[in-house]
Design a protein. Structure first.
Length: 169
């Protein structure tokens, strides 16, 4: 695990592109669509923002980033809470390394960061469409469902989301 920085935006985009291709190959296009993040100016700017935010952490094998975690403030479309929290803004892993619990390790690291900051609440939002497999994955990682929400997307179907929370001692 290492902190990320501005030079890591291409790694984040590669991870997003690979994950999107993996989802598309399985007919799961509702989460991130069908086009690579690296071809979408909005997603490129988002990756650059993440990389410069101070909240990017990369899981690496050797010198290859195999997962990315971005933590920070709550995203604008998620209902806020009235207590301190750390929010998982992005979690993506390299599907070539599936089965190594990279996502679980990144979430464990997010929990460590939350505790180290003296905060007792870690939240995340995720895609809640299709068969709900992603929501169940977060539940297996120790999170509990809270609010459901929908993001309107002009010219495209609405995006169903689920907020999940994990209380930390």
């Amino acid at each position: 695990m290492r902190p990320g920085g501005p030079d890591d935006a291409p790694h984040v985009l590669r991870l997003l592109d690979d994950a999107t291709a993996w989802l598309v190959a399985r007919g799961r296009t509702g989460q991130w669509g069908t086009e690579p993040a690296s071809t979408d100016p909005r997603r490129v700017a988002q990756a650059q923002e993440y990389a410069a935010s101070g909240g990017l952490y990369l899981a690496v094998l050797g010198d290859r980033p195999v997962g990315a975690l971005v933590v920070g403030a709550t995203v604008e479309y998620v209902p806020p809470v009235d207590e301190p929290e750390l929010f998982v803004r992005l979690l993506v892993t390299d599907r070539a390394y599936a089965g190594r619990d990279i996502g679980g390790r990144l979430l464990a690291y997010a929990a460590e960061l939350t505790r180290a900051a003296g905060i007792g609440l870690l939240r995340v939002d995720c895609y809640a469409g299709d068969d709900g497999a992603l929501v169940r994955w977060y539940e297996r990682a120790g999170f509990t469902r809270t609010e459901r929400f929908t993001v309107a997307r002009p010219g495209r179907p609405p995006w169903p989301g689920q907020v999940l929370a994990r209380r930390l001692a």
